[in-house]
Design a protein around this ligand. Structure first.
Ligand code: RIB
Ligand code: NA
Length: 311
């Protein structure tokens, strides 16, 4: 294929304030540090895979502000193909106001800006790029109809689809569950979609059962933060738990994106590995990312990985 991975998704400039704890309602807090960086779940997942050495392409929209230019530069630096990165006049690039507490917990407000202007026509205009990729990755930070068009188009052209419906939305239409080859959510997203509070392995298995048997997902990954993830390959298969080593978390923002980008990388570049092994490695890379501040900037490059992750 001309590309390994194509992402149809968002760009947000991250404004990250670090503070001792997350603010409560009405509270004004004095933070300790401020950083900006290129983020957004779509761009993060694309860059995560690109930094590991996958050939990536991004289908997205940014505004004609300084942040949009920064995205174009950062994509170039990570060798992401930008033929289908639209720059919209008079609109702001997506932004994310992020607070990160000392224990690594975060909360985020997103203002989508140009992300909301990506259209179904844009997806079809990028049809050749999608067709010539091995894996399509979508999230939930652009219009649902655009994500739907991307999943459908890719699926019809035998491109493997990974869907990460984050941030979560209740009442997703059935295609969003049935079309993707891999449906990947975290604990909160799993809860919103299944009604099961995911706070243990048992409850994660229960949520996975609902996603596979009730919602008819083809395969399910539920990420569990420092507990790694669970994976269920198909109906009647038992879910497997893929644990991960504990690390000292500095900033968990984007860890899920690092995980998904890494998984897509392994699917394309190391297809002979078992899914469990790919997930073990993706867990490991995501754990590396939480030991550094920021999102894309904290994702490891191939050169930074322990050698056994690239064998
Ligand atoms: O998943 C982390 C990302 O979520 C951040 O980069 C922020 O932009 C939000 O989209
Ligand atoms: Na990080």
């Amino acid at each position: 294929s001309a590309h390994d991975i194509v992402v149809v998704g968002s760009c947000n400039t991250d404004f990250i304030s670090y503070a001792p704890h997350l603010p409560k309602e009405g509270e004004t807090l004095t933070g300790t540090k401020f950083e900006t960086g290129c983020g957004g779940k779509g761009a993060n997942q694309c860059v995560a895979a690109g930094k590991l050495g996958a050939k990536t392409a991004m289908i997205t929209k940014v505004g004609d502000d300084i942040f949009g230019s920064q995205f174009l530069e950062s994509f170039k630096a990570s060798k992401v193909k930008c033929d289908h990165v639209g720059v919209v006049n008079g609109v702001s690039t997506g932004v994310a106001a992020i607070s990160v507490a000392d224990d690594g917990a975060n909360c985020i407000i997103i203002v989508p800006g140009a992300n909301n202007l990506l259209t179904v026509e844009d997806v079809h205009g990028a049809g050749e790029t999608i067709k010539s990729s091995k894996v399509l990755v979508c999230q939930n930070e652009i219009s649902l109809d655009v994500t739907h068009a991307a999943l459908k188009f890719a699926h019809n052209h035998n491109v493997k689809c990974i869907f990460n419906p984050a941030p979560a939305q209740a009442d997703l239409q059935s295609d969003f569950f049935t079309i993707p080859d891999i449906f990947c959510v975290n604990e909160t997203e799993a809860e919103i979609m299944t009604g099961v509070t995911v706070n243990s392995l048992e409850s994660a298995y229960a949520a996975s059962k609902i996603l596979i048997e009730g919602k008819k997902c083809q395969s399910v990954i539920i990420t569990l933060g420092s507990n790694g993830c669970i994976y269920q390959a198909k109906k009647d298969d038992k879910p497997v738990h893929v644990p991960t080593a504990k690390v000292d978390a500095v900033d968990t923002t984007g860890a899920g994106d690092s995980f998904i980008g890494s998984l897509a990388f392994y699917i394309c570049k190391f297809p002979h590995l078992s899914m469990t092994e790919m997930l073990r490695r993706a867990n490991k890379i995501a754990a590396m990312s939480v030991t550094k501040r920021g999102t894309q900037i904290s994702f490891p490059t191939a050169a930074e990985l322990p050698v056994d992750l690239l064998e």
